[in-house]
Design a protein around this ligand. Structure first.
Ligand code: ADP
Ligand code: MG
Ligand code: ZN
Length: 475
């Protein structure tokens, strides 16, 4: 049997207004090469100046993962030529990164808490984009110089599921910290996956293969599954040394397989050296204070939801995984409805409907305030749970307010004691015989009376009230 070993390098695009070393905008859908200047075009004589906002955002991540945030760090040049990288090197941090030795906690497959080491998180500049059309290749440098934070984990994950858990946790974290929109389709959160295997009991790690630039959780899992199988097969066929070597592979999501791209360079190949254009990066106390402004994070929220709101941990985990969802939930709760009902109506009812239509919570046609009102109307007996589902269906399609919809759909429950008692008395009067039987001990007849009252009210009587009042009258 084999053990799988996985380490992840995640590139997070920081959501700063301007690039890492110049004042060009970081906006994307612009005319190609319009967001450029002598610095990000690498024209001779142009000098980089580091973006304070990017540094603070990197530091904020550092504090959130209990890392050491270095007061002094350095920028280095990683030399390589690529048409979309006009400097012929990338400015990054190799020897002394701004964030060192952090940690992130995930749940492993057994549901136990597991610590993942984060070696470091360093700032670096993104490259531009090459576009290939037939025989022509074009280069757009709008993205060149955009700030990235590369977050490097230790080789601590032991399965594809753990790797995905870690990524989801990190994804959620950078969104909570508001340091990145982490949009995976647009490439603001992409990851390189390092995978190796070793026979159970072996101390040394096996040879690792790096799979580059995967931009969905599902692809990460598929790529790892494929790669693990390939490596195990090679081992069992006695050709591990020949077929598994330190290289960079690409994941082909159509074929669901990884294939060789190039041999993995050793860091010597990149001729790293300190960037002579950039002085050491020294952070000020003011920057530290700014970076330490950290909102309540998912782990703390889960604890608070479970302990104070008495919500089940599974539910708390679902709600807090997404910052927007947690915000939505907290807005419902602030309207004084019971947390348990808020959970049900948010996760089963609203999310169920949104998922079906492929709508994000942020674009929900039903706002938190509205859902809170609906829940309040269930709790005060104005509408039944069943009726409320119809109201929600209606509100998914039409904008209106809860009370008008309840009225319009004729779903208002009669909760008024007088009105219900009137019906009860008519039913009791018309069923002397049954009343006598009930009083002589035939308890089962209670259901009959409830049914009759509900029927007479055409389903509009509040069933709880009917139960209560019937018990009174029949006792
Ligand atoms: P390099 O300097 O060559 O990029 P690092 O030591 O920085 O190598 O590691 C890069 C990534 O590869 C890290 O995320 C690390 O956890 C992971 N890694 C290192 N060794 C292994 C291994 N044997 N199996 C899986 N992942 C590994
Ligand atoms: Mg590396
Ligand atoms: Zn620029």
């Amino acid at each position: 049997m084999f053990e799988v070993v996985i380490g992840l390098e995640v590139h997070v695009q920081l959501n700063t207004k301007t690039k890492l070393f110049c004042s060009c905008a970081t906006s994307f859908d612009e005319e190609p090469n319009s967001n450029t200047c002598p610095t990000c075009l690498a024209l001779p004589g142009a000098l980089p100046v580091v973006n304070k906002e990017a540094v603070i955002k990197a530091m904020r991540l550092g504090y959130a993962i209990n890392a050491t945030v270095n007061k002094v760090s350095n920028f280095d040049r990683k030399s390589y030529f690529y048409p979309d990288s006009p400097m012929a090197y990338q400015i990054t941090q190799l020897y002394k990164a701004i964030v060192k030795d952090g940690e992130l906690f995930i749940k492993n497959s057994k549901g136990e808490k597991k610590r993942v080491t984060i070696y470091q998180a360093h700032l670096e500049a993104d490259a531009g984009k090459s576009m290939h059309e037939g025989n022509i290749s074009k280069v757009d440098l709008n993205r060149a110089g955009t700030p990235l934070l590369e977050i490097v984990s230790g080789p601590d994950m032991r399965s594809a599921d753990e790797a995905v858990e870690y990524l989801k946790k990190l994804h959620s974290l950078v969104r909570y910290l508001d340091i990145s929109d982490a949009n995976m389709q647009e490439g603001s959160f992409r990851c390189d996956v390092n995978v190796s295997i070793r026979p159970n009991g072996q101390k040394e790690y096996g040879t690792r293969v790096e799979i580059k630039n995967i931009n969905s959780f599902r692809f990460v899992k598929q790529a790892i599954d494929y790669e693990v199988e390939r490596q195990i097969e090679a081992y069992e066929d006695g050709v591990y040394e020949d077929e598994v070597w330190q290289e960079t592979r690409l994941f082909d999501s159509d074929k669901c397989e990884t294939k060789s791209m190039r041999g993995k360079e050793d860091s010597a190949d990149y001729r790293y050296f300190p960037d002579p254009d950039l002085r050491p990066l020294v952070v000020t106390d003011e920057m530290i204070a700014e970076a330490k402004k950290i909102p309540e994070l998912p782990d703390a929220k889960v604890e608070r939801y479970v302990n104070e709101l008495k919500i089940k941990e599974v539910d708390a985990l679902i709600i807090t995984a997404d910052k927007e969802l947690a915000n939505y939930f907290e807005e419902i709760i602030s309207a004084d409805v019971t947390p348990k009902n808020a959970v049900t109506w948010l996760t089963s009812e609203l999310l169920g409907r949104l998922n079906k239509s492929g709508i994000e919570i942020t674009d929900s046609p039903v706002e938190a305030k509205t859902l809170a009102t609906l829940i309040a109307r269930i709790e005060d007996g104005t509408v039944s749970g069943k009726g409320a589902k119809d109201v929600l269906d209606y509100l998914m399609q039409n904008s209106s307010d809860v009370d008008s919809v309840i009225e319009e759909l004729g779903l208002k429950q009669v909760s008024d004691d007088g009105a219900i008692l009137e019906i009860i008395d008519t039913i009791i009067a018309a069923n002397d015989d049954k009343v006598a039987e009930y009083k002589s001990g035939k308890d089962k007849l209670f259901g009959f009376f409830v049914g009759q009252v509900m029927k007479a009210s055409k389903g509009s009587a509040n069933p709880q009230k009917v139960n209560e009042l019937l018990k009174q009258r029949l006792s």
